[in-house]
Every structure is written in C-alpha cells, then in structure tokens.
Write a protein that binds this ligand. Structure first.
Ligand SMILES: *[C@@H]1O[C@H](CO)[C@@H](O)[C@H](O)[C@H]1NC(C)=O
Ligand SMILES: *[C@@H]1O[C@H](CO)[C@@H](O)[C@H](O)[C@H]1NC(C)=O
Length: 488
C-alpha cells in the first residue's frame, strides 16, 4: 500500500468520526484533516476499515430519491417540529404556452434558435404566462387588509405592500435586527423611478433615489421609515449622484461606537468604478451620513455584503477581479474601513450576490452566477473559518421544478435572516429582477434550513459528504411557524 493510499484510510476513519459528530449535531472543536506526517497503527487501520463500511451503510440508509425532482433528502428530520411543514417539497408544473408570433427583443436575443424554455418566457415581457412570475396588483400582499387565513403568509413573487399601501421598495436588501428597539429593519435599493438604458450597450437601470428603510416586529408587516440615504441631485462628482449606481446596501450595528454603519456597492453607469461606499447613522432609521468610497484592498468590488460575527468582528465580502472570485476581509473596529487582511475565495468560480450566515459554528454562504439581470443557479458554500477555505456544496434549491431550481426560483440571493428561537432555520431573501421595469422587481422569501448531508461532496472527502446540507424550499405560499412569534 502506497503512503498515499495508507493516508486515505486514515482519513476515512477521521471522516467517520466527523460524520458521527455531524449526525449528532455537535460541532467539532477542531478540524480533522489528513495529515501527511501522521503515523498509523494497525488498529487505526482496522477501525478505519470498519468505519468505512459503516459509513457506506449510513450513507445509503440516510438517502432516498424523490422521484420527480431527483433530489436527495434526509428521511428523518431532526429539525424543530415547527419546521417540518416548511420542509415539504412543493412541485410546480407550468406549461409553456404555444409559440405566438414574434418574441420580445430581450428573449429573442438570448436564445435565437433553441426551443422556448421557461426562462425565455420569464424574460419575455409579453409572455402569456407573465402573471405567474409577476402577479398583478390584485394579488398584492397587504398586511393592513389581511386578517384571515392569509395573515403572515409570504407569497414569493407577489407585490408586497407596506403599511401605507405602497409596494415595498427595498431591492438588493438586507435585514438588521436591532436589539435596542427589538425591531427588524429592512434596507434596500429604493427603485421607484423609470427604467432606461444610459446608452445602447448599457444595462437597464433606474437613477439612484436612495436606500429605503422599513421596520417590522414580525417580518411581515413593514412600515416605511423613509429614504435613509438619499441620492445627490446636483453635484455630478458625488458618488451618489443620481446618474450613478447604488446597490446592495447592508447595515450593521457597532456596539463599541453605538453607530449604525451602512456599506453599499457604488459604481458609475458603466460599472467601471467598482467600489464600496460607507455611511453612518446614530439611528437605524437614519439619516445616514455618506462618508466615502474606495476600492477595498485596492481591488474592484461589485456585489457585496457584510457579515457581523458573534464576536463582534464584521467582514466585507465582495465580488472582485471582474467578478471571477470573491474577497473577504475583516472591517476595523469602528466598521468604517477594511483592514489589510484579505483572502481570495471561490477563485475562478464567477459568483456574485453573496449572502452569508452562520449555524453551529460553521459559516455558510449562498451565491449566484453572473448573468446580469437574468436568473441563474444558486450555490451554497461552507467554511469552518470565515476567512476560508470555502467549499462549494451545490444547489440548495428544493421543489418547484427543474427550471425553478436552476434559476433560484427566478430570483437572485441577497440576504439570509436568522430566525431567533428556531435553531437551524433562516429566511432566504432573493430578488426577482424585472429588467423591463426594475421598480417592479419582486421579493422571493423562502424558508432555508441547515441539516442533513450535503449532496455535493468535497474533493478531498473521497465521495462522502462532510458538511450539512443547506436547503431552500420552494413554496407558493408559506408562513413562519405559528409558535415563532411567541418564542421570540
Ligand atoms: C380560509 O380557509 C378556508 C379553508 O381553506 C376557506 O374555506 C375560507 O374561505 C378561507 N377564508 C378566507 C377569509 O380566505
Ligand atoms: C459609459 O460608456 C459609454 C459608451 O461606451 C460612454 O459613452 C460613456 O461616456 C461612459 N460613461 C461613463 C460614466 O463612464
């Protein structure tokens, strides 16, 4: 047996131990990895072999095929009982309408010769099934009117009204839970203006209006708190001049300084500036003072997010090197700048729209591919240390149909909200962009859970899943478990 082979068995022994820990939902304090210098006794080898066989046994026991989607799922859910109904797999069967005359230029340009797909229909503004992706005003979710069966129900893709009866304008958003006021604050791009193209080759855009802020106690009824960071109307040299780009604002609170700190992607119309902007406020509802922009660590920076860890250290994560990789680095203590520490992650994977979260000591991230406003497949990633290495686990989407899963339910990740009180459960927030009329882009919120075995094993893992699976469940209509509001 060659040395390499020998270490392979040892590794499996370790992996079994790892696997058992995972199964018991305890996180290990240190990583078990193949160590090139480790020595092996005969007993270790024997136990490794036994472990290997046991593992195959568990592995095959724990999985079964769900016929329609070909998705594997854990048979036994060790999740909170409140979550079980959210983990039901809900299928969609949408028929593509028969061809009719000319397609809209946007759909035609994309796939000139191929048969029409559901994605073409989605991109076609005059599609006969447009209402399935962009349901009209009549079906809007209105928390102020709703007292019956539909209260607290999320309908991904429907227009969602605030407490004043206006559609919520918080695209590319993020949520801050403010412990002081015990409120959730949803910040996002306020895009209630006309969509246009700055020049022939430019992407669809809306002039910057500012960052919208909404407050809620229940994550369903949202009160508009105003535009907490507004565009600059006259000074063309200003980062936030209305002709520029402001995307993906994220706000975190700094315990040390008592300030609310907002980071955002700032850019020019052609996306050549590729920088981050920083703003600050004494109150979650603003107004935020815009401080400055920069290229973090000297690199181009486009889609980005912030993550504040339990130890109070906050991190900036951004797409860089022309969106070919992500960069991650801690902010300084006042959260107003990056430090010199930066790691390149998911190198060469071309991911954007990062949304980070943490569960039982492991870091997870959802990202999208880079296809402009068109939807694409989400991937889940995991890491023991936030600075990496980050491993890619595969597509987290479950239910709908194959095209739903390959398009993140026709949406793009923006944030993951932890649900206090229910371990392992989160809300996945995504944007269903409408490039024909960006202000009419919709929100796709769905339950996300962590648990069970990941279905895309890692390279060094010899075909066996090491991480917990991240699952985002499609539902046409869903609500948080009844007990949730009381548990909070
Ligand atoms: C509530 O749901 C029940 C059963 O699904 C239905 O019969 C009833 O009409 C619904 N009520 C409202 C107000 O929607
Ligand atoms: C963007 O690109 C167009 C065409 O290439 C050019 O005319 C325009 O000046 C550019 N605008 C900015 C702000 O760089």
């Amino acid at each position: 047996m060659s040395g390499k082979r020998f270490r392979f068995w040892l590794c499996l022994g370790d992996k079994l131990e790892e696997k058992m820990r995972m199964r018991n939902k305890y996180r290990k304090p240190t990583t078990f990895r193949c160590n090139a210098g480790s020595r092996c006794s005969l007993s270790v080898m024997v136990w490794s072999l036994v472990g290997f066989l046991l593992m195959i046994h568990f592995y095959s026991l724990s999985r079964h095929k769900d016929g329609a989607g070909g998705h594997s799922q854990l048979q036994m859910s060790h999740h909170h009982p409140l979550l079980r109904e959210l983990e039901q797999v809900e299928e969609e069967n949408i028929q593509i309408p028969p061809p009719k005359g000319k397609r809209s230029p946007r759909a035609a340009k994309r796939r000139p010769k191929r048969p029409t797909t559901l994605i073409d229909e989605f991109l076609d503004e005059s599609s006969q099934i447009r209402h399935l992706f962009f349901p009209d005003q009549k079906t809007a979710i209105d928390p102020m009117q709703e007292a019956g069966n539909d209260s607290f129900c999320y309908y991904p893709g429907r227009i969602w009204l605030d407490t004043d009866g206006n559609p919520i304008q918080a695209h590319g958003g993020g949520i801050l839970y403010d412990k002081r006021s015990r409120m959730y604050y949803w910040y996002g791009e306020y895009k209630d203006g006309p969509t246009y193209h700055a020049h022939k080759k430019a992407a669809a855009r809306v002039d910057i209006i500012g960052v919208g802020c909404y407050s809620s106690k229940d994550l369903w009824t949202w009160k508009f708190e105003g535009i907490v960071l507004a565009a600059e109307e006259t000074d063309e040299a200003h980062d936030l001049h209305k002709s520029n780009v402001l995307e993906r604002p994220k706000v975190i609170y700094n315990d040390r300084t008592g300030k609310y700190v907002m980071w955002m992607h700032v850019d020019d119309t052609n996306y050549t500036k590729a920088a981050v902007g920083v703003a600050m406020s004494d109150s979650p509802t603003g107004p935020f003072d815009y401080l400055y922009s920069k290229r973090p660590h000297g690199f181009d920076s486009r889609d980005m997010t912030l993550f504040r860890d339990e130890d109070g250290v906050a991190y900036l994560i951004y797409s860089s090197e022309d969106n070919s990789e992500l960069h991650i680095g801690p902010l300084n203590q006042d959260y107003l700048d990056v430090t010199h520490v930066m790691r390149r992650i998911l190198v060469g994977q071309h991911r954007e729209a990062p949304a980070l979260f943490k569960h039982q000591g492991t870091y997870y991230m959802i990202t999208s591919g880079c296809t402009g406003w068109a939807p694409n497949e989400a991937l889940a990633h995991a890491a023991e240390s936030i600075m990496g290495p980050w491993e890619t686990m595969g597509n987290p989407c479950i239910g709908g149909n194959k095209i739903f899963r390959l398009t993140t339910f026709f949406a793009q990740s923006t944030f993951v909200v932890p649900l206090p009180g229910i371990t392992g459960s989160f809300i996945f927030m995504a944007d269903r962009w409408n490039p024909a009329d960006l202000r009419d882009s919709r929100y796709v919120w769905l339950p996300l859970t962590v648990g069970g075995a990941a279905d895309h094993p890692l390279e060094y893992n010899f075909g066996f899943p090491l991480w917990s699976r991240v699952s985002i469940y499609w539902h046409r209509r869903w609500r948080l478990p009844y007990g949730w509001r009381e548990q909070k």
